[in-house]
Design a binder for this molecule. Structure first.
Ligand code: MTE
Length: 305
C-alpha cells in the first residue's frame, strides 16, 4: 500500500523554532548526501508527514499535557514527570505474533526509519494542537515481530511504577493505562510510535520513550510510555472506555457530529493562540478523512463512537 501525505505548507509557515530549523537543515544535508549516494532513509522520509497548519511551540506542547500518572492538572506532567527513569526501557510484545519477547528499546529503534510528521492533535476535551512528531510507523514494528493471521486487535499498556509516577498512588484511573486499536488502524501508515518532538527526544511528560500517536482519534487513544503491546483476537480493554463507556467509546474517532454527553465536539479551542485564539470547527476524523474514512465504511459511527 502506498499512501501520500499532503504537504501543502512551505518552510516559511513552520514555527521558527531554532532547533527545528536546524533539524530541517540537517535533513537538507541528508538530501545532499543521498544525491551523492551515501544516505537514503532520512531524506526519503522528508515530506511524508501531513501538514496544514502552524505547529505549536515546543513550550506549548510540553507544558500543557494530560498524563494522569503524574496528576490531573495540565501542568502536573511537566512538573513531576522528570522523575521518571526511561533507561533502561523495554517493551514486551506478545500474543498472536511470530516473535514474542521482551525487546530492549535500543533493539526496537535499530533500523527504524525515523520520520518527521506534523500532525493535528485533538483532545476529547475539545482543545487542539499541531505537533511536529518524530517517530516510526507502528506497522514497521508489527511487521518485524510477525503478526499472525488470527490477530484482529492490538492492545497497549503504559508503565506501572508508582514510585516514580505519583498519580498511580491514587485511584485516579485503573492502572496501568491501557488502550487498543483494531489491527487495520494499527497498521495504517498514519499511526506512529513517537520518539521525539521538534527533533529532540520526546520529553517524559509527552510519553517518553515511546508513545502512540493516532492523529484521527481523540488524544486519549495516544497512549504514553508504552511497555507492552499484545496482538489479540478480542477487542481489548481501554482505560477511558472502562472508566465511562457512555462517554468514551472504543473507537473514539474525532467526529464533530457526535457530541460528548457533556459537551459539543463540533468545535475546538486551539492551544497557544493567545488573546486572539478563536474556536475553530472540528474536522471529521480530525482532517484525515481522505486517508482513514475507508476503514469505517458501512459502520454506524454514532453507535461505534
Ligand atoms: N497516556 C497515559 N499513559 N496516561 C494518560 O493520562 N492521557 C491521554 C493521552 N495518553 C494519557 C495518555 C490524553 S487524555 C491525551 S489528550 C494525550 O495523551 C495528551 O498528550 P500530550 O500531553 O502529549 O498532549
Amino acid at each position: 500500500m502506498t499512501y501520500r501525505f499532503k504537504t501543502d505548507l512551505t518552510e516559511a509557515d513552520v514555527t521558527p523554532e531554532a532547533d527545528f530549523i536546524n533539524r530541517r537543515a540537517l535533513m537538507a544535508g541528508a538530501g545532499a548526501l543521498m544525491a551523492s549516494g551515501l544516505a537514503g532513509s532520512a531524506a526519503q522520509a522528508r515530506g511524508r508527514y501531513d501538514v496544514d497548519a502552524k505547529p505549536n511551540s515546543f513550550k506549548d506542547i510540553t507544558s500543557y499535557n494530560n498524563f494522569y500518572e503524574f496528576g490531573t492538572g495540565k501542568g502536573d506532567p511537566a512538573r513531576y514527570a522528570g522523575k521518571l527513569t526511561t533507561r533502561p526501557w523495554s517493551v514486551t510484545i506478545d500474543g498472536l505474533v511470530d516473535k514474542p519477547g521482551e525487546y530492549a528499546l535500543e533493539d526496537i529503534l535499530r533500523g527504524m526509519t525515523i520520520e518527521e510528521r506534523i500532525y493535528r492533535f485533538r483532545c476529547v476535551e475539545a482543545w487542539s494542537m499541531v505537533v511536529p512528531w518524530n517517530g516510526f510507523q507502528l506497522s514497521e514494528l508489527l511487521n518485524r515481530v510477525g503478526v499472525q493471521s488470527s490477530a484482529r486487535f492490538v492492545a497497549f499498556e503504559t508503565l506501572f511504577r508508582p514510585s516514580e509516577m505519583r498519580g498511580q498512588r491514587r485511584d485516579l484511573l485503573q492502572w496501568p493505562y491501557r488502550e487498543g486499536l483494531r489491527l487495520d488502524e494499527a497498521m495504517h501508515p498514519l499511526t506512529l510510535i513517537a520518539t521525539g518532538i521538534y527533533g529532540k527526544p520526546i520529553p517524559n511528560q509527552n510519553g517518553a520513550p515511546l508513545r502512540l500517536v493516532v492523529p484521527w482519534k481523540y488524544g486519549f487513544k495516544s497512549i504514553k510510555s508504552i511497555v507492552k503491546i499484545t496482538l489479540t483476537d478480542r477487542m481489548p480493554p481501554a482505560t477511558w472506555n472502562m472508566q465511562n463507556p457512555r462517554e468514551y467509546g472504543f473507537y473514539s474517532n474525532v467526529n464533530p457530529n457526535v457530541d460528548h454527553p457533556r459537551w459539543s465536539q463540533a468545535s475546538e479551542r486551539p492551544i497557544g493562540g493567545g488573546l486572539f485564539s478563536r474556536r475553530r470547527p472540528t474536522l471529521m476524523f480530525n482532517g484525515y478523512a481522505k486517508e482513514v474514512a475507508g476503514l469505517y465504511k458501512g459502520m454506524d459511527l454514532k453507535k461505534n463512537f
